[in-house]
Design a protein around this ligand. Structure first.
Ligand code: NAP
Length: 305
């Protein structure tokens, strides 16, 4: 019997992983916020995954952070701003052999979690899969993609990747996971904030090419200062290709703001601006975009961080 996967956060990605693992017969338990969420979950049939229009429900056992069972493998599927606090609640259940898989976008939250648990192995992930909730305990698999997993401190791949194979979760072990996360952060910083400021789909940025190019030049410099030259290679070219290929899409940050949800700005643009400050450098355009974005968030009564 393989080790149980505890999944922290029954949101879009947490449910996408939990249902596919459960479907493959891998033992899974879902950790919900509190008794109220557990009661709501327990009153239903389980977790529903909608794939190509077909909905299937899987019975996955739910529990709260207070459950006594020790945790050996934890998939952290909260938003970046919730991850350190949510993991801290489970600290007493995590043994020295615990492994955590951190699915958060951006950078900063992974290091915060790892610093809380110096003995545990923290595996960072970067995913291009897409999912959204269309109801409580129900998720739509919206975009097939790939998940890269890696551990900058220990490059050996864990044996449990075979669970992901069995669950048909497309993945690859990466020996340069930080480069991947930095690259994704830079792409996000060049596109997402501008789509919020101009209230447009990704393709709408074709009308703001100069601004995109200036941001890419600053981000390229930043990646080089931060020791990430591989993540900087042809950044502007890839940003242009992404804008074209996803012209009809609304960025995740645009959707968060449109739905009055907190953004992950502190782990994306905020992290980039802080990294520049740590190197005592000024990136005027990036900082200006951050200031404009914060102003917009405050005007909409959304958290500024
Ligand atoms: P989400 O749908 O908002 O799910 C987050 C879940 O975490 C929610 O169910 C929330 O509970 C739960 N949570 C928060 N604090 C908790 C706590 N203390 N204890 C237990 N559960 C807690 O978010 P998501 O879209 O899956 O995103 C997760 C991360 O993956 C983000 O960093 C995101 O950027 C990244 N990502 C997402 C996608 C995607 O397509 N969705 C793709 C790539 C990367 P409640 O339900 O009670 O609020």
């Amino acid at each position: 019997m393989s080790t149980t996967w505890h999944i922290l956060g029954a949101g879009s990605l947490g449910t996408l992983w939990a249902t596919r693992l459960a479907r493959a017969g891998v033992p899974v338990r879902l950790i919900l916020r509190d008794q109220a969420r557990l009661a709501s979950y327990a009153s239903g049939e389980g977790l529903t995954l909608v794939e190509q229009g077909i909905a299937r429900t899987y019975r996955v056992t739910g529990e709260t952070p207070d459950s006594p069972e020790p945790i050996h493998r934890l998939l952290v599927a909260c938003k970046a701003y919730d991850a350190p606090g949510a993991v801290a609640q489970l600290q007493h259940r995590l043994g020295p052999d615990a492994e955590l898989i951190l699915l958060q976008n951006g950078l900063g939250s992974q290091d915060a979690v790892a610093a809380q648990l110096p003995q545990a192995r923290c595996i960072f992930a970067s995913s291009t899969e897409g999912a959204f909730r269309d109801g409580d305990w129900r998720v739509v698999f919206a975009g097939h993609g790939y998940t890269w997993l890696g551990d900058a401190a220990r490059p050996t791949a864990p044996l449990w990747l075979e669970d992901l194979q069995a669950a048909a979760i497309p993945h690859e072990w990466s020996t340069d996971i930080l480069t991947r996360l930095w690259r994704k952060l830079a792409l996000n910083c060049a596109i997402n904030p501008l789509t919020v400021l101009y209230q447009c789909r990704n393709g709408g940025l074709q009308a703001h090419q100069c601004e995109v190019a200036t941001l890419c030049a600053e981000l390229t410099e930043l990646l080089e200062w931060c020791g990430q030259p591989a993540a900087a290679l042809d950044l502007h070219g890839e940003v242009q290709r992404v804008i074209q290929a996803t012209a009809a899409n609304y960025s995740s940050m645009y959707q968060d703001v449109a739905n009055a949800r907190r953004t992950e700005i502190s782990y994306l643009l905020g992290y980039a601006c802080q990294a520049a400050a740590r190197h005592r450098r000024v990136l005027p355009h990036l900082q200006q975009v951050q200031a404009r974005l914060v102003e917009l968030l405050v005007a909409r009564r959304l958290p500024r961080d």
